[in-house]
Ligand binder design. Structure first.
Ligand SMILES: NC(=O)c1ccc[n+]([C@@H]2O[C@H](COP(=O)([O-])OP(=O)(O)OC[C@H]3O[C@@H](n4cnc5c(N)ncnc54)[C@H](OP(=O)(O)O)[C@@H]3O)[C@@H](O)[C@H]2O)c1
Length: 393
């Protein structure tokens, strides 16, 4: 014990300066908060990089007591979405905020855009949130891959946590909302109407399948061909509510057109949702009926696609894009309502999560385990989306 005594003044000083605190080698659990300070860890990067493991670091810091209009939150769950990786690579339009506010020598940004957190303390001027509330982020670039954060209430949206798990709440604000808005905002689909989508086993794709089932829409779902697990994947999507599931190889088959005619009984496909781009998107667009909309929201193949003039001239197909970040910024109340609507569907048992790879994040979790989990996101045919699930850190 004697050897630890000289550390104390230094730790106190470092807390007041909001500098990272070096723990004594034998102390592996999170230090008890002193004077209301929270000890926190965050996955940060000081410059863009690809792959992310070249730039991501686990940073330890302390957070001063909540005061005035500030509140302190403790994260419960935060997914690793493709956009988070693009942001670290420096190729995403939503730019992260680089700051020295976490006590680093050079400015850093915290990774992650989506997540759910619990309010653990509030300043005296905070009026709309209280200890124990669950919150999600109103805007992207918050930096959600961290155990704790201090922020103001205008950055947060309170959600009704009754009957909801942290993982459901932590993944509600991006992918299900994207699927919901794309199915509702471009064409007026009626019960029995058809849409087609690629990337059907993505989180957005699976959300679209389930929402369509709830609303009575019929869907043709394209997934990538694979050597293992294709039948199981097709069955899984059908169980969720997909009407038809085909591979990208089947999409290119000469008999695809006649299969579509048989499935739809000649009714037009009114909407296409494009997650992939490239030739797959081109072929899919050709299956649409007159006046249909083709909405691009992802580019997983990283390939552009060409638009045949005939689709524009003779079929009057509209090619649109959708970005949930822009839509959410322009429609904050509608976004809050859509989040609430999806949470209601969870409670009614009409919506379920796709496969997830839960990555426990406790105080002792090693930097390498967290960083490796992020880097695995663009691995081909991965079994589930990564999501950090925080212990009582
Ligand atoms: N515009 C928006 O507002 C918005 C909102 C949410 C998401 N997104 C975008 O939507 C896309 C999907 O996101 P997510 O979170 O739903 O995805 P996810 O759950 O992480 O799944 C990734 C999907 O992409 C497929 N994929 C991976 N590499 C591919 C490739 N080279 N070619 C074709 N398909 C490939 C995967 O298929 P396999 O199983 O075959 O690997 C899987 O279906 C991403 O591009 C994301 O940025 C956009």
């Amino acid at each position: 014990m004697a050897s630890r005594i000289p550390i104390l003044p230094c730790r106190t000083l470092r807390r007041h300066l909001r500098l990272p605190i070096t723990l004594p080698a034998l102390t592996q659990t999170r230090p008890i908060s002193a004077f209301g300070y929270e000890q926190a860890k965050a996955l940060v990067f000081s410059k863009h990089g690809d792959p992310p493991n070249e730039v991501l670091k686990l940073h330890t810091h302390s957070i001063s007591p909540a005061h005035s209009n500030l509140l302190t939150i403790r994260f419960l769950a935060a997914p690793i979405n493709p956009a988070d990786i693009n942001q670290i690579q420096g190729v995403y339009p939503s730019k992260p905020v680089f700051t020295t506010g976490l006590g680093t020598a050079e400015p850093v940004a915290v990774g992650g855009n989506e997540g759910v957190a619990e309010v653990i303390s509030v300043g005296d001027k905070v009026s709309s949130l209280k200890r124990g509330d669950w919150v999600i982020m109103r805007s992207p670039s918050f930096g959600t891959w961290r155990t704790h954060a201090q922020t103001s209430e205008d950055q947060l949206l309170k959600i009704d946590k009754t009957g909801i798990t942290p993982v459901q709440a932590g993944t509600v604000s991006v992918n299900p909302i994207t699927a919901w808005r794309m199915l509702k905002d471009f064409v007026s689909l009626q019960e029995g109407d058809w849409f087609i989508q690629n990337g059907a086993n993505s989180a957005v794709g699976m959300a679209a399948i389930q929402l369509a089932k709830t609303w009575g829409y019929k869907s043709i779902n394209v997934v990538r061909d694979r050597t293992h697990g294709l039948d199981e994947l097709k069955q899984k999507l059908k169980d969720l509510g997909a009407t038809e599931v085909i591979t990208d190889t089947e999409l290119k088959d000469v008999d695809f057109k006649s299969r579509v005619k048989k499935w739809t009984q000649g009714n037009p496909i009114k909407l296409g949702l494009n997650c992939v781009g490239g030739n797959q998107a081109f072929t899919m667009a050709k299956s649409l009926g007159d006046d249909a909309h083709f909405v691009t929201y992802g580019a997983m193949s990283k390939k552009p696609f060409s638009l045949p003039a005939g689709l524009l001239i003779f079929k009057n197909i509209r090619f649109d894009g959708f970005w949930v970040s822009r839509w959410g910024a322009q429609n904050p109340e509608e976004k809050a309502q859509t989040v609430q609507n999806v949470l209601e569907l969870y409670k009614q048992g009409k919506f379920e999560l796709g496969p997830l790879n839960e990555i426990p994040w406790d105080w002792e979790t090693k930097e390498k385990d967290l960083v490796d989990a992020v880097s695995g996101t663009f691995q081909d045919y991965r079994p589930g989306k990564g999501i950090f699930v925080f212990g009582k850190t």
